[in-house]
Design a protein around this ligand. Structure first.
Ligand code: DGL
Length: 276
């Protein structure tokens, strides 16, 4: 039988993994992927022109997610990683419906990890306004731990503070104290960093929350899920060469390059500017 486009998909395991977020937050996931899967090539997309997503409507975020999915699929990715909780909360079906390749998202990974970690069955979730309003974490945690009580706190100021590079700044500390107070007052023993920008505030949040609180950073759990899925689907790359990652943003590439290097702990190559 001749090899028609749909009947015979040529699997090139050395195709890249597409990772996307509204800005630099998804680099926390890219960093975990680079550590867990050092030979996999990543094409990263940060929608810096339209950030923050976390204060926008579900319909708007879904439209952005569709556009980015299309962009990354045109770059021939073998898997998509939704490295943005807000998109995962309100636009995951849009991405999965468009995608012929497997899709992994940070929200499910975070919910699983929180359900496994909490002893008191009281779990705090710090996330964007849009994620909190969607109720997606309550549903996802409830699916893994039906007896758990979820206390959600919207933290709309965190993403802009992180984008500013104010990871350990007095303004960020004051803001974090305000956001944490009502959550910690509920006796949570587990705190989900439900936005991919927040792991960059982990040292500060860990100090304020204290040693009795476990912080769940879904970046590592997501990387493990990606590794599992690549193996299960025979998609692990064969090349043992140092991968040449690519970075695309919709605004201010130089700024992304500077702050991104702080997140990744390594210099970034050229960051490409995308004009829609
Ligand atoms: N990093 C994104 C998230 O995980 C959203 C930040 C924003 O753009 O508001 O939710």
């Amino acid at each position: 039988m001749p090899c028609g486009a749909r009947a015979c998909v040529v699997v090139n395991r050395d195709r890249p993994i597409g990772v996307f977020d509204s800005g630099i937050g998804g680099l926390t996931v890219a960093h975990a992927l680079m550590s867990a899967l050092p030979h996999e090539r990543i094409v990263y997309f940060g929608d810096t022109a339209r950030l923050p997503y976390g204060t926008k409507s579900s319909a708007t975020v879904a439209g952005y997610a569709a556009q980015i999915t299309d962009f990354l699929l045109k770059r021939d990715v073998k898997m998509l990683v939704v490295a943005c909780n807000t998109m995962a909360a309100v636009a995951l079906p849009v991405v999965t419906n468009l995608s012929p390749v497997p899709v992994v998202d940070v929200l499910d990974a975070g919910a699983r990890a929180a359900a496994a970690s909490s002893r008191s069955r009281r779990i705090g979730v710090l996330a964007t306004l849009t994620t909190v309003s969607s109720g997606a974490y309550e549903r996802a945690i409830g699916a893994h731990a039906p007896d758990a009580r979820v206390v959600s706190q919207a933290c709309p100021l965190f993403a802009p503070l992180v984008e500013e590079g104010w990871l350990d700044h007095p303004v960020t500390e004051l803001t974090a104290r305000e956001y944490l107070r009502p959550v910690l007052a509920q006796g949570v023993d587990t705190l989900v960093l439900g936005c991919t920008h927040y792991p960059l505030l982990k040292p500060l949040l860990a100090r304020l929350a204290g040693p009795a609180t476990t912080l769940v950073d879904s970046a590592e759990t997501t990387a493990l899920r990606v590794a599992e899925l690549l193996t299960a689907q025979g998609l692990r790359c064969e090349s043992k060469a140092e991968p040449a990652h690519e970075y695309y943003v919709t605004d201010l590439p130089q700024r992304f390059r500077a702050v991104g290097a702080l997140c990744l702990g390594r210099p970034l190559p050229e960051v490409h500017l995308v004009h829609w």
